[in-house]
Design a binder for this molecule. Sequence first.
Ligand SMILES: [Fe+2]
Ligand SMILES: [Fe+2]
Length: 283
Amino acid sequence: MSAQLQNAKAISSSIEIPGRKMEFDFDVDDIPKYWYGNDAFRSTFMNALSCLFPEGERMFMDAVRDNQHKINDPQLQKQIKGFIKQEAIHGHEHAQYNDCMKKWGYPIDSIMRFEKKEKIWMKKWLPASRRLAITCALEHFTAIMAHQILTNPESTEGMHPQFKEMWRWHAIEETEHKAVAFDVYQEAIGSYWLRIFTMLTITVLFCLRTSVVQAIFLWKDGQLFNPKVWWNGFKFYFFKPGLVPTIWRDYLDYFRRDFHPWMHDNRELLAKWEAEEQKYKTV
Ligand SMILES: [Fe+2]
Ligand SMILES: [Fe+2]
């Protein structure tokens, strides 16, 4: 085992994963539809992610729970409890956010119904090992996007304060628990090729799914064929600092045989946020 991997594993087992009581109260009358820098592309992109979170996070919890009996390490068992608590609260808070979006005329209920059916289908037809590999791949996506949100102030510039607070909190907790599903996978399943094959398929499906939901929102707004919206989207993905240039290296690290999420050691972000945001009660 490389020294880098050993170090990442030591960090991983030292991480505490608290559940925090959150009560975001989104007042749609107070929040503009294009709450992210008055930009239709950015706002609908984040809205699409939010729309996919509640069912996605329930799937993650199920996948980890269904493999939990294979874990002997008491610290990892404790972290699993923290992971489940955090994801349950994320799902709940994003459901409030999604309710807010309904008032903007988006077909949230239909999208959520589709997501729920897919989750039931996956539980019925995919083995627990495969669902856990999917969870690890998507948790890697959320972790590297969270890192981007927390380290590039430009990435949250222009967000409505309520949504900014929510996305930063979610980014912090995704960072705290980024290795839990991965550590469970390594102990319970361990296959490198299943992990890599799943990441490749999930990369395509995740990008496609997010884009389709975003396109539905833009179509509802009559903005789908507006060239200015797509130019702003191009800038969002590739310029200043650009989502793709800021995450692609971290994304590719997942393909290393000796990868571990805590090789990207960003504990200083957790400490900084904790020092700034002491108002949240843990549960
Ligand atoms: Fe989450
Ligand atoms: Fe997560």
